[in-house]
Design a protein around this ligand. Sequence first.
Ligand code: SF4
Length: 349
Amino acid sequence: MHEAMLYEKLENKKVKCNLCGRRCLVNNNGTGFCLVRKNEEGTLFSLVYAKAISACIDPIEKKPLSHFNPGAAVMSVATVGCNFRCQFCDNWMISQEKKITGKHFPPEEVVKAVRDNGCHGISYTYTEPTVFFEYAYDTARLAHQVGFFNTFVTNGYMTPEAVKTIAPYLDAATVDFKGGGEPEFYKAFSSVPSVEPIFESLKEMKRNGIHIEVTNLVIPRVGESLEKVMELATWIRNNLGRDTPFHLLRFHPDYQLTTIPSTTIETLEKAYVTAKDAGLNYVYIGNVPGHPCENTYCPSCNELLIKRFSFEITKWNLTRNMRCPVCGQEIPIMGSLHKSGYAYPYALF
Ligand code: SF4
């Protein structure tokens, strides 16, 4: 077992975990809400350090990251565990797995696999990277030393301390909202008591210069309110900037929420217009392959700049210095365009 980072020792061998917004008080021999951090005699341990439940090579567009190293191949790594209990989780088999299980895959082997497979970086994803923080932190540090980038796909429920700690090694984050960030939705469908920590961690990411893209899962009946989309998009514009990419994702029934249908295209398109009306420059519709709102358009002259089909870039129409070829508008894309020869996804295990 690996001693945890970011916790406080309290009296009677209790500890307080300061890794995620829950800030669990954990009794001796108890585990936190995520079930992957255990207090043994007043010391908090990570139970999932270097125990990868999945390692797979993905296109970076799958995260989704549309304005960060486009076309890059990333090594996706996950352990079991999550600090949410989303009834609609599409990775519930591993995120909600109660048994500590996984293949021994230490940080140095992850980085070697990245290099051996010609990947450009690492994504800590599929389950919540916050709960395997120590593993991600050590891997990210090693990866940076040899020139690979690191990205989190996260529910954003991190403490500001956690964000500050990982920030020197974290290049980009996809922060996933569900149901427009509505607090009652999070309570009822994800067992999350308060959404405030998500907004705080986003502000901390911004302060630390991490590239941010935000997603919102639009869920019919229970989380498709256009008012909430407007509210969230306005918050993003005011706090993260109008150039922050915002992805509106189509819901598919899964896990315990199988009686709710997939989001209609019409609903997604209304949400798209709403987010644009809120003043965001780069809004996308996700999980609808071939939809024109998968593409990037110039916010100044509306020229088609990047054409995509699902996670594939099918046309690149930006100048070498990332400007619109028609009007010269600078397009905020971090890193460069990559090419990889993978037929995705490519699972290592
Ligand atoms: S990571 Fe979050 S859920 Fe897990 S023990 Fe720490 S505070 Fe609790």
